[in-house]
Design a protein around this ligand. Structure first.
Ligand SMILES: [Zn+2]
Length: 282
């Protein structure tokens, strides 16, 4: 049972499920590239089992949603994160220069005034997923492998490395890419705190895309690796509100928030986001 702090609590949406690999997955263990290293290994836990870092999933989901928003309306996409130094990088979001200017302008005011200004001038994507100057409203937990789908067997796939400096295939960069086999499953859990219904609609749009198998994770995606599909048990997903008293009353009475088991209700929230974001005119 998760603790709810009613002094600061506004809303919470918690989604759990199973993420299945449709194709093998390679999320690199990182570290400096080494010419003597012939196998590029994947991230593992202490018992050498694979896991999916929550940050990898979050990055992929954000990139996927930004691509969708660009397709709907270019101005909705945030490029400030990729190139924060670009002046006026995108309408509706802050650049590093804007943030410096705001800090100067509001230096005599409270930190709360600065954060309110940062929030109001940031794009929707940054408000939900965070930015160098805004906390994220979504938390993706690291996903452990589902024991019954893991047989202690990694795959190795041959490949030609791309030299990171020249972006060309170097002759000494032949290597094996370690990958987690297709069919392996991971336990998925995310928590969205204090997002309004429009922002929850954005999240549900992203989750629906992963349910449809439209998103890939990790490295070597151009070679077909990393396609995943999410199964959510929607009867176990609810959202709880303090700002909406009716739903708080029902939460206090039953210990459960508003159910999201009804697909139409989820579609309604996604619709709220699309209508708000001007992407509804197609
Ligand atoms: Zn932004």
């Amino acid at each position: 049972m998760e603790k709810v702090d009613f002094a600061t609590f506004h809303s919470r949406l918690r989604i759990t499920g199973r993420l299945q690999l449709d194709t093998p997955l390679h999320i690199g263990a990182g570290g400096a590239p080494d010419v003597t290293e012939v196998v590029q290994s994947v991230v593992k836990d202490w018992a050498r089992r694979p896991y999916i870092p929550g940050s990898s999933f979050k990055g992929a989901l954000r990139a996927h949603l930004e691509a969708i928003l660009r397709a709907l309306d270019y101005e909705l996409a945030c490029v400030s994160i990729a190139k924060p130094e670009t002046p006026g990088a995108v309408k509706g979001c802050l650049t590093l220069g804007d943030v410096d200017a705001l800090k100067k302008e509001l230096r005599d005011q409270s930190p709360a005034a600065l954060s309110a200004a940062l929030i109001s001038k940031s794009c929707q994507m940054c408000r939900v997923f965070g930015s160098p100057w805004l906390a994220s409203k979504v938390l993706f937990k690291d996903m452990p492998v589902a024991a019954e789908t893991w047989f202690d067997r990694y795959q190795e796939r041959s490949g030609v490395g791309i030299d990171r400096d020249t972006e060309t295939a170097g002759d000494k960069l032949l290597y094996e890419t370690e990958a987690v086999p297709a069919g392996t499953e991971f336990d998925f859990e995310m928590v969205v705190d204090n997002a309004d219904e429009i922002e929850q609609g954005l999240i549900l749009l992203g989750i629906a895309e992963v349910e449809r198998g439209q998103m890939a994770l990790g490295g070597a995606r151009s070679r077909g690796l990393g396609w995943v599909k999410l199964r959510v048990d929607w009867t176990n997903v609810d959202k709880t509100y303090r700002v909406e008293r009716a739903s708080l009353r029902s939460y206090l009475a039953s210990g459960k928030g508003e159910s999201l088991a009804d697909l139409d209700r989820r579609k309604e929230l996604v619709g709220k986001f699309l209508a708000h974001s001007g992407g509804n005119h197609a």
